[in-house]
Design a protein around this ligand. Sequence first.
Ligand code: MN
Length: 307
Amino acid sequence: MRLWVFDEWRIGVSVDDDPEWLVDVTEMVPGAGGWPPVHLNALVADLPQIGPVLARQARAAGPDRRRRLADLQLLPPVPWPSKIVAAPVNYGQHRDELSATGGVYAGQDIKTVLDYGLFLKAPSSLIGHGGTVQLPFGNRRTDHEAEIAVVIGRTARNVRPQDAMACVAGFSGLIDFTVRGSEDRPFRKSFDGFTPMGPCLVTADEVADPGHWRFSLTVNGAVRQDGSTERMILDFAHLVSLASYHTTLYAGDIIASGTPEGIGPVEPGDRVELAVPGVGRLAVRVEAAPASPTEVMGDWAAPFQNR
Ligand code: MN
């Protein structure tokens, strides 16, 4: 089943392979509506029970409940996670490109997730398909990172790798936008709009082999990244296990699983699109921020726009 969130935190389900339509099931979800949209965390936790009911009702729904995707403002499928956990350098080829001659961090000793551990992104950086990413430092390099997002479905603490996938509700597409530079990762990756997610959540039962999942990213139609989860250093199960050892995971929490090689800079006016088979296409626009650091904060903030 694919789960969608749209407009004022409404909930949609698509049960067939129909790419154009969903069924609005908001009225069938207990506690739906309002802000903050924490009801979606509860829905994700309840999916094993309520999912089949929603799918059945969606199939039986009349035309008045059908919505054309193109008419909707899509939102992240889990818009209010307690945290976004993210894996730095979880693909060997991505590590190599960062430190290669001409790479972003040329000549530096780049390590992997096994050295860096995990980091956190602000949940407020989430946007959905069709959203806009504003570049906070106009003249500093900001990159796209194509990733698969794991969505946690139950409270999980100290989970062994062999038990970890039972804690996963589903998957989605995610772009981990990143300002390059010397500040800590949570600062460089947490600006508003820096975590596009979607276009929907696909439940784990519909992903036959998450360990061999090919996905790609284009900028203005040109392919920049084309990777497969089989190249991950830590696979989904080990990432969930590590994250659950670090912090208690709650339903709706998101794990960004790292990016394959091919990362690159974006510019105002770009259209960035991530394609994940089974999930769909997640496209966002890039534009310049309306004000520079010094315009907002004063001259003391100049180093942030020049480094
Ligand atoms: Mn990343």
